[in-house]
Ligand binder design. Sequence first.
Ligand code: ADP
Length: 446
Amino acid sequence: MFKKILVANRGEIALRIICACRELGIKTVAIFSEADRDSLHVRFADEAVCIGPAKSSESYLKVPSVISAAEITNVDAIHPGYGYLSEDAYFAEVCEACHIKFIGPSPEVIRLMGNKTKARARMVQAGLKILPGSQGSVESFEDVVKIASEIGYPIIIKAVAGGGGRGMRIVRVQEDLKMAFSTAQTEAQIGFGVPDVYVEKYLESPRHIEFQIMADQHGNVINFGERECSIQRRHQKLVEEAPSVIVDQKCRMKMGKLVEEAMTSVGYSNAGTVEFLVDEDLNFYFGEMNTRIQVEHPVTEMVTGSDLVKMQIQIAAGKTLEREKNIQLKGHSIECRINAEDPETMWPSPGKITSFNVPGGSGIRVETAVYSECIVSPHYDPMIAKLVAWAPSRMEAIQRMERALEMFVIEGIKTSIPLQRKIMRDADFRAGQFNTKFMERYLKSN
Ligand code: ADP
């Protein structure tokens, strides 16, 4: 087992990883920017290294600084968390070259899945369905016109190197295509460093359902069931749950097996998520794969009784997944992403938290790195906490989440809590009747 791990992240996930290391008896090194000097991940790690100014590109994203911190503290491994360098194949390669274990899949698999058109093609080969669309990236306007007329409107233009729900353009009529195509290319260049875009059929009201994968380095690939992540705003998840109300055991077995086979075929190892868009006839279309731990992993942990972050570390250290093969789902779990933002306008709401009190009680779990009197920096992601509820049934989980949201006190900044309280009371949400259009419709009618 590793003796010391560097946590290449900040916020709640850095703390989550430190907790897992602590329980495994592994020493930890935190890295932090100048803005994060007083952060909890810095306080709870055994050692901490300042790696630069507040701006992420000059600190958390700066490979030479992260690697230097790892070298001077003499760690055996790096856990990248989510975001930042977690899906950077080059970073994983540098770790390998420096004989530091990168806790994640191989650089080759990260690179393959980071290119959405290559990932699509590879997953088709492996037996998954995809939505009709361009074969690879679309180079010219003539090509995009041709593909759009073949697959029919509406279509969606996406960045090949995209992520985080950004840089997507929906086009409903040909007149709008020219503008959308060039804007998408520009946004892809600015956001992801490459202008390449691809096209696929746009589904009006799909569900977003994803499968959690854990794979060891000895060829064992195990799915840990699905998560429903259809409650989104601007393509960003807001509420997630496990299991999905529309997935029965037969469907879970079938899709789980397909996903396991696909992951085996690419030699996957460590934690990963295979995302699908699902239509009304329960067709599962592969969308993309995230080659890292997800924000919403706790809901899977709650229904499977496992610790996925510990498992990631153990897998990287060579553990064989054996016992995990007969994983069973128990009860229901829901997660609300608590964002520092105005629930009406959705504008970020950074600033000083003047009062902070987390809910507790049976079946409630809070993942956070903020505290009373701390400053929520405008430099980073506005998600400041994750509130997770578990209960034997979905309705009890909703009721538990509702009361926990009510007891969650965060003063001094605005948060998404009032909005999430309303979602928990919504009749369609309660009935399990929703899709990715839920929030749009909800905000229009409320
Ligand atoms: P990202 O990597 O940026 O998260 P995804 O491909 O995972 O991008 O898409 C994010 C979300 O955007 C999906 O969950 C869904 O809500 C919406 N979306 C993406 N592609 C389509 C599509 N073809 N039809 C309908 N909605 C889509």
